[in-house]
Structure formats: C-alpha cells, structure tokens
Design a protein around this ligand. Structure first.
Ligand SMILES: C[S@@+](CC[C@H](N)C(=O)[O-])C[C@H]1O[C@@H](n2cnc3c(N)ncnc32)[C@H](O)[C@@H]1O
Length: 237
C-alpha cells in the first residue's frame, strides 16, 4: 500500500477536528498570489483547499494533483467536475500546461520554521526526486510564476480528540538532524477504544536552508519570503 491510502477515509474527520483550517489557508493563498488565477495544487489531498478557494473566487482556474488514489477519489467527489484532479506523482508530472502559481499546502513540500531556521520539508524520498519534482514544477510555470509553500512549526507528538470517540495520535521518531538533509518518521493512527482503525508511517525529509535555497536557485527560483501572509513562503520563477 502506498502513502495516504488506508487513512484517506479518516482524513476529513481530522481536518474537521482542526488539524488544518482550509478557509483561513485559502484566504492566505489569495493574499500570497495576488491577481494570479491559474493555480496548480500539488498534494491536493481530499480537495478541501481548492473547495475553499472556489468559494472565495469562482474565477480561479484550478487543477489538483495527488499520487494517492484514495485521496484523489474523495477530492473528485468533493469538487465540481470542471476542476481537473489528476492522479500522478509530482516527480513525474507532465501536464503540458502552464500555471501562474503552484501551491503546496501541507502537500508534497512545505517550509518548516524551526527556531530561527527555515527548512524545506518534503514527502519525496531522495534529493534526485526532489530536484526532478521541483524542476517539473518550474516547467509548469511561466516566468514570474510563483511556487507557494505553506509554513509550519516542527512536527511533534500530539493527540487530537475527534468526533465519534475517535482519537488521532501522531508520534515522531528517528530524528537525525545532524546533517544538511535529514529525515524523520511520522507514525500516526486513528483509534477508537484503543482499537486502531487506520495507521500509517511516513518518512519525511528535511533540507537545511543552505541546501534548499541553492537547490531552488539552480532550478531558477528566487525566494520572495512570506508575502502578505505568514502562512505561505513564496518563490518566483
Ligand atoms: C498532508 S496531505 C495534505 C493534503 C491537502 N493539501 C490539504 O491541505 O488537506 C499531503 C498530500 O500530499 C500527497 N503527496 C505526497 N507526496 C506526493 C507526490 N510525490 N506526488 C503527489 N502527491 C503527493 C499525499 O498523497 C497527500 O494527499
């Protein structure tokens, strides 16, 4: 089983429990991108950000991609049929289409604010894949297009009580933050009365700023920083 398959049916319950506030995030995306309308969300999940973006501005031209078949199925059920939701991996994406901005909100890449340092967090498994994926993103942007990544605090152990007596529990381990590119394991589960309903362990990668800023610069991305909102960090092609 791949990532985000078995937990997909519980994902929206977690979001309803306050893990992400998609309305607030959609307003923050709007602030970050200004008048740009053609948006690609990478790691669209169950489509909640796109749903909120459409409520804010129905003229957004939105496309979502995700490599989890189970998440894509829910996103397609949620969103109007005219919004393309494509099952594919960002490391191999070729849509033959340009966008004004590519957004990853808790998706394939994020920015993590750890003390005074910024890290690039990634769901991809190695540097080669990250470079290929980021290059693919650049290829889908016109000059002046934006890469917009959500900003998060570092991962930590937490439990969240959800509806129907279900508890979400995440535990972080295997942290080896001595190198410039390190990873951690995030084990999370949904349980009820101590019975595990669904469980997954993700390996998440992290690059220190010296590494990821050079990686993005080599691909042609210039950091603009947090623009009009502290929820998203913006790079310009
Ligand atoms: C934490 S979820 C966030 C979903 C959504 N953006 C939200 O705000 O609820 C991360 C998503 O990224 C997707 N993802 C991770 N790596 C990916 C990749 N290489 N290509 C496409 N999707 C990926 C996962 O399948 C998952 O649905």
């Amino acid at each position: 089983m791949g990532y985000y398959q078995e937990i997909a049916e519980y994902y929206d319950l977690l979001m309803d429990g306050g893990y992400y506030d998609h309305r607030m995030l959609a307003l923050a995306v709007q602030s970050a991108i200004g008048p740009r309308k053609r948006l690609l969300e990478v790691g669209v999940g169950t489509g909640r950000l796109i749903q909120e973006l459409l409520k804010i501005d129905s003229t957004y031209d939105l496309t979502g991609i995700d490599f989890s078949q189970a998440m894509v199925k829910i996103a397609k059920q949620r969103l109007p049929g005219y919004v393309p939701i494509i099952e594919c991996d960002v490391a191999t994406i070729h849509l033959n289409q340009k966008f004004d901005a590519v957004v990853s909100s808790g998706g394939t890449w994020v920015i993590v604010q750890q003390d005074d340092e910024l890290l690039l967090g990634t769901h991809l498994f190695n540097k080669e894949n990250d470079i290929r994926g980021l290059q693919n993103i650049a290829d889908h942007l016109d000059p002046g297009g934006l890469l917009v990544l959500s900003v998060h605090p570092p991962h930590e152990d937490r439990d969240i009580k959800l509806d129907n007596g279900i508890v979400y529990s995440q535990k972080i381990s295997s942290v080896n933050d001595a190198s410039d590119h390190f990873s951690l394991e995030k084990n999370y589960c949904f349980k009820k009365d101590d019975n595990i309903l669904a469980e997954e362990t993700l390996t998440l990668g992290f690059y220190r700023s010296t590494v990821f800023l050079k990686m993005l610069a080599d691909i042609g991305f210039k950091p603009l920083g947090t623009v009009n909102t502290d929820k998203f960090y913006v790079f310009e092609k």
